[in-house]
Design a protein around this ligand. Structure first.
Ligand code: BGC
Length: 385
């Protein structure tokens, strides 16, 4: 809460002879005081996990600029994928009087004490893209349809292998194909939604023998990649190749949940003699999926190296976060389109889910360039301007 509002609240309490009472003191975010405030007197704390992945930089920039366009002040912080740093940044936002928090957590279970402090100060909290778990003190969740992301990744793998056509009909290939599975970071609730969504599509084909996982590693715990790190994925891929493919067994496909992980996997595969691309002979690069449409991976898709990615338009997610923030600050409830899927261990958090799009080489122009997400020259150079 801004100083000005704090004084106004205090003034009102004195004028009516009230004593400060529970929860009403330090700013009733979502209550009357912010509802009557000028947006320029309200500060929104935006806590993002890391700047090592492009998507979070884009998210931070989009949220900041859209909030500023709506007239609010913004305190945007990145936490270097370090949990204590994120906790500290949130503590500071709260002490400095933030009126609302938008949080993309590193570890979804590690913020309970910060969020208790936010609740004590009546500061509404919006979980951004990643669910915050094990707390009552999260008011709303804006995200993409994460189960659908996993299903789309698995379908893209099947299309890449020729088992399925892009329209979902049966493809000309019959298999069996050798695949390996990668998952995200186990402290990120999304990792489970992606993996479960993917297995929803893949498990029947593993069961009927169309797909074979030579390493036998089909549990999310075995497939996980702490903090979604590219290097960690590269080294797991190297270990899998040594352990299960040294006898000449050929790997055909890899389920990867995120473009950074995909690039680590591709590097390991190329170092082991696959590729350099999807049509190379004698040993083509396996079909590798992805997520986020990071520019480096979009360039690889354009070059026929990575097979696909899932595009999540972070401009739209930022817009949903801003709409929800505005609703709380004006004393309303934001509109949810899902009130069932996201149980955070304490309660089902009302959510707004956005749709996602699968991108193969042929979709780059229509989905990413025509929508203004990237320019053609960025796709060519593999770098965002
Ligand atoms: C996000 C993904 C992202 C991953 C790694 C997840 O929580 O939903 O879009 O690829 O984190 O940053």
């Amino acid at each position: 809460m801004s100083n000005k509002l704090r004084l106004t609240a205090l003034g009102a309490a004195l004028a009516f002879g009230l004593t400060a009472c529970g929860g009403g003191g330090a700013g009733s975010g979502g209550g009357n005081d912010t509802a009557n405030a000028d947006p320029s007197d309200l500060t929104i704390g935006v806590s993002m996990p890391t700047q090592t992945s492009e998507r979070w930089i884009a998210d931070g920039n989009n949220v900041e600029s859209q909030l500023e366009d709506a007239g609010y002040k913004v305190d945007l912080q990145y936490a270097n994928d370090d949990i204590p740093t994120q906790q500290q940044q949130l503590d500071q936002m709260i002490t400095e009087g933030a009126d609302l928090l938008i949080v993309a957590s590193i570890d979804g279970t590690a913020l309970s004490s910060q969020l208790q402090a936010a609740a004590d100060a009546n500061i509404p909290v919006i979980a951004y893209d990643r669910l915050i778990r094990d707390t009552d003190n999260v008011d709303f969740y804006v995200t993409f349809d994460n189960f659908a992301v996993g299903q789309a990744q698995a379908n893209a793998l099947l299309v890449g292998l020729g088992l399925q056509n892009a329209d979902g009909s049966k493809g000309s290939a019959t298999g069996p194909f050798n695949i390996e599975l990668f998952a995200g970071s186990l402290d990120d609730n999304n990792a489970f939604f992606f993996f479960n969504g993917a297995m929803d599509v893949l498990q029947p084909l593993i069961d009927d023998g169309t797909l074979v996982v030579p390493s036998g590693q089909t549990d999310i715990e075995q497939a996980a990649t702490l903090r979604w790190q590219q290097e960690t994925a590269q080294s797991r891929m190297e270990t899998l190749l040594t352990g299960s493919y040294n006898d000449g067994t050929v790997l055909n496909g890899v389920l990867s949940p995120y473009d950074g992980i995909s690039r680590g996997i591709i590097t390991a595969l190329q170092n082991a003699g696959y590729g350099p691309n999807l049509t190379s002979t004698p040993r083509a690069l396996p079909v590798v999926t992805g997520q986020d449409a990071e520019i480096a991976s979009v360039a690889l898709i354009d070059q026929g190296v990575q097979s696909s990615t899932i595009f999540k338009d972070t401009r739209n997610l930022a817009e949903q976060a801003v709409t929800a923030a505005q609703a709380f600050l004006e004393g309303d409830e934001p509109e949810a389109n899902d009130t069932e899927s996201y149980d955070n261990g304490n309660k089902v958090v009302p959510a707004y889910l956005l749709p996602v799009q699968t991108v193969f080489k042929d979709d780059i122009q229509s989905v990413l360039v025509d929508s203004g997400y990237y320019t053609e020259s960025e796709v060519q150079s593999g770098q965002a301007d």
